[in-house]
Design a protein around this ligand. Structure first.
Ligand code: 4GP
Length: 801
């Protein structure tokens, strides 16, 4: 948009006066931020209105991306960037004597997700708007986001994240679009005069779903899509029904907290209520919008695509069926055909415990009508498929089985498309996790490799690198990130490689300053910044990284005079509060950090920093500084990974197993530019098949490994007698479920190679450049374009190949 500095300054001062009734000099950064947010929202109001109007007027097909998590990160800078007003606003604020960085920091980072899944949903929102596609988000407006993590005596402590305390500058409450969601009670089918059956509800608990909309601004294209988050409230109460405190609390609870768990589908009925709540509210609002502009539902799938992001929103399937059957008198077959043509599903993990299943009793009690519909879907599925595929396979895959509602199977059966998030992951879905359903519906399965919001991870997070790139290849890559490939022309340009090293140093210094200020630890910027940032989970193997630190420590202690390449090991990770083992890993890494960081023999050769409260904003600080990107999951377990892509784009070299999208990164940047180690997925499945992995054998055959692992149970690391034993036992007593010991020697070899290679700055920067240049292909712009073409069948208006 066009904006002159004088205009902006005037508007901003007016906004401050109108909102806070004080002079600018008396405002806090929070007030400055809120005023700026409101102003930018207002600037964009017209484009948001125009976008919605034009979708309606042109009857454009729209995508609704349903996700129980969205991790958008702070919006101020990305909105400014996408509107093209960054320079003007920054200059204006500077001339007013304000500190832009402080204003940016005042914005709360909405933690409405746990990790990859939620962050991916946010990246896709940005890209859908940016490629000019009608794509809306649908989720939950949690009153409290993912917990704030602090460390006390090295242990993780969870504090509430009261992100709405000062209000939310970007959202619009739309009470007039609210709808009722029904839970519990009784339902029976009553014969109507025309002979048809209609459900009658009795004693239901009704909840009002109120939408809060946030405009998602496209990159330089005047498109603004909508992210709609639902909040649970008391229904309008004309009859003045009495609500007990307990009833009020029950309603309140639905959208109070984000489930702080991304891998364990806890059998909690509150979670199921959350899932139905936003699925039902979302589908109701879509149908209402559609019905206002169309007379028949026949062409619904030509106008609406509903995407099920992981199993949590699967109930959109029976909910759309319910509305079509009960409210629009649609015959079953037509309703089913409309529903399956509308729905598509992405699976994000092969971890069995994340394939949600609900006990039938609980499900039926909470959602009686929806259960009837799922029963009918189940009955028809069985009747249809058993004669062709046999009873056994049908029993294994039907939506109802073992006394449970099996959400992943329902999602596959009720969708026309099922995708994994990297080629290996999709193959594993076909071969293993969903193999039976793949046999029945081979045509539904496809791969869509994940992508990232490049502009956030480069233009916002890494301005020095962006400037350097722009100075060489111009700015066209901002809208078409594959053009980063043009940087390859500079691989032998020593001056450019030096500039690249300088940029890295600036970013390392920025992180070092933060670590100094927040943690009181001094780190040197000529050290290797060896970064592992992701949720804490056994399969992600932070333990392997921990063993390497012990090894390096013992090595320096054994031979203090030997020259070493200095290294800083940097972690960021939250553990689910109920995930005991993960919390023990945090404690041990923190204890190890204490030991290493305070040992005078070690000095600044080796440092360990576990930065608390990892999230999108800290990612923006850490990622640009990384030399090494640790992507060390047990092969086959990480569906894709996306921090691997963000780190690559910022010039980090991957230290990686052949897992998830690491494989694609390695292929894109070239093997010689990464450090690859460990078992392959085939090796891992081989062990499963033969059942012959013996961790103790590996341990006994490697004296160095013994020393390192034993350090967990001797008193070398103070204060971890319980946690150290727990990890030790997981490796030896319980036979090392994630093959940490099997991969240890190979991993160490690569770490040693890294230490050696890092000393040759020019060659290192050349590898770094190869990563940056090849990273454009992992932009989410291309990923959503592929979804648009292959799955959703919706148009977009930026050409992307
Ligand atoms: C994550 C996967 O673990 C990660 O590999 C993938 O990159 C990401 O989804 C986005 O597709 N899964 C989750 C989850 O976050 O909750 O299952």
């Amino acid at each position: 948009m066009e904006l002159k500095e004088a205009q902006f300054t005037k508007d901003f001062i007016n906004e401050i006066r109108a909102t806070y009734a004080v002079d600018l000099k008396d405002t806090s950064p929070m007030e400055q931020y809120m005023a700026l947010g409101h102003l930018i929202k207002r600037y964009n109001g017209e484009s948001w209105t125009d976008t919605s109007r034009s979708y309606r007027k042109n009857d454009v097909k729209q995508v609704y991306y349903f996700s129980i998590e969205f991790l958008p990160g702070r919006l101020l800078q990305s909105n400014m960037l996408n509107l093209g007003i960054t320079d003007v606003v920054k200059k204006g604020l500077k001339n007013l004597g304000l500190n832009f960085d402080k204003i940016v920091q005042a914005e709360p980072d909405p933690g409405l997700g746990n990790g990859g899944l939620g962050r991916l949903a946010a990246c896709y929102m940005d890209s859908m708007a940016s490629i000019g596609m009608a794509g809306n988000g649908n989720g939950i407006r949690y009153r409290y986001g993912l917990f704030k993590q602090v460390f006390m005596n090295g242990y993780q402590v969870e504090l509430p994240d009261d992100w709405l305390r000062n209000g939310n500058a970007w959202e619009v409450r739309r009470e007039n679009r609210a709808c009722l969601v029904r839970f519990g009670g009784h339902v029976w089918l009553q014969e109507q005069p025309d002979g048809s059956l209609k459900p009658v509800y009795d004693h239901t608990d009704d909840v009002l779903a109120v939408p809060y909309d946030t405009g998602i601004i496209g990159y330089h294209n005047v498109v603004t899509n909508t992210l709609r988050l639902w909040s649970a409230e008391l229904p309008p109460n004309e009859e003045q029904t009495y609500y007990s405190q307990e009833q009020r609390d029950n309603i309140d609870d639905i959208t109070k907290v984000l489930y702080p768990d991304d891998s364990n589908a806890e059998g909690r009925s509150l979670r199921l209520r959350q899932e139905y709540f936003f699925s039902s509210a979302g589908v109701q609002s879509i149908v209402r919008h559609y019905a206002a502009n169309h007379t028949s539902f026949k062409h619904f799938p030509q106008k609406v695509a509903i995407h099920i992001n992981d199993t949590h929103p699967t109930l959109v399937i029976p909910e759309l069926m319910r509305i079509l059957l009960d409210e629009y008198d649609c015959p079953w077959n037509l309703a089913w055909q409309i529903t399956t043509s509308t729905m598509s599903y992405t699976n994000h993990t092969i971890m069995q415990e994340a394939l949600e299943k609900w006990p039938i009793d609980m499900f039926r009690g909470l959602l009686p009508r929806i259960y009837q519909i799922v029963e009918e879907i189940d009955r028809r599925y069985r009747a249809d498929k058993a004669p062709v595929f046999g009873q056994n396979i049908v029993d294994r895959t039907a939506p109802l089985g073992d006394g449970q509602v099996r959400m992943a199977y329902l999602a596959v059966i009720g969708s026309h498309s099922v995708n994994g998030v990297a080629p290996l992951h999709t193959e594993l879905l076909k071969k293993d996790v969903l193999a039976d359903l793949y046999r029945i519906y081979p045509e539904k399965f496809n791969n869509k490799t994940n992508g990232i919001a490049d502009r956030r991870w480069l233009e916002i997070a890494n301005q020095p690198l962006t400037k350097l790139i722009d100075s060489k290849i111009g700015k066209k890559w901002h809208a078409n990130p594959k053009l980063l490939q043009e940087l390859s022309a500079y691989e032998n340009d020593d001056k450019f490689l030096k500039q690249l090293a300088e940029v890295k140093k600036i970013n390392k210094q920025r992180l070092a300053d933060y670590v100094q200020a927040e943690m009181g630890i001094t780190i040197r910027t000529d050290a290797i910044f060896d970064v592992q940032i992701k949720r804490l989970h056994a399969y992600k193997r932070q333990v392997l990284h921990m063993l390497e630190i012990i090894r390096e420590y013992l090595e320096i202690k054994r031979n203090p005079d030997q020259a070493v390449t200095p290294r800083v090991h940097i972690f960021g990770a939250k553990a689910a509060p109920s995930y005991h083992y993960a919390k023990s890993v945090i404690k041990v890494i923190n204890a190890l950090a204490d030991l290493v960081n305070n040992d005078p023999d070690i000095g600044d050769k080796l440092k360990v920093v576990f930065i608390p409260n990892y999230g999108v904003s800290l990612g923006e600080l850490i990622i640009p500084s990384a030399d090494i990107s640790e992507q060390i999951s047990t092969a086959s377990k990480e569906a894709s990974g996306t921090s691997n892509m963000k780190l690559m784009t910022n010039g980090a070299l991957s230290l990686a197993t052949m897992d998830g999208a690491n494989i694609d990164i390695i292929r894109a940047a070239g093997k010689k530019n990464e450090y690859i180690f460990g078992l392959t997925a085939n090796d891992v499945y081989g062990y499963y098949r033969r059942n012959d992995y013996c961790a103790r054998k590996v341990y006994e055959s490697n004296p160095e490994l013994q020393r390192v692992v034993n350090a967990l149970i001797t008193n070398l690391i103070p204060g971890i007698s319980t946690e150290g034993h727990e990890i030790y036992d997981s490796l030896l007593k319980y036979n090392d479920e994630y093959f940490v010991l099997a991969d240890y020697a190979d991993y160490v070899k690569q770490q040693e190679q890294i230490a050696q290679d890092f000393q040759d700055t020019t060659t290192w920067q050349k590898k770094s450049l190869a990563n940056i240049a090849a990273s454009g292909t992992f932009s989410a712009d291309y990923s959503v374009a592929r979804y648009a073409e292959d799955i959703w069948q919706v148009p977009y208006n930026r050409i992307l190949k």
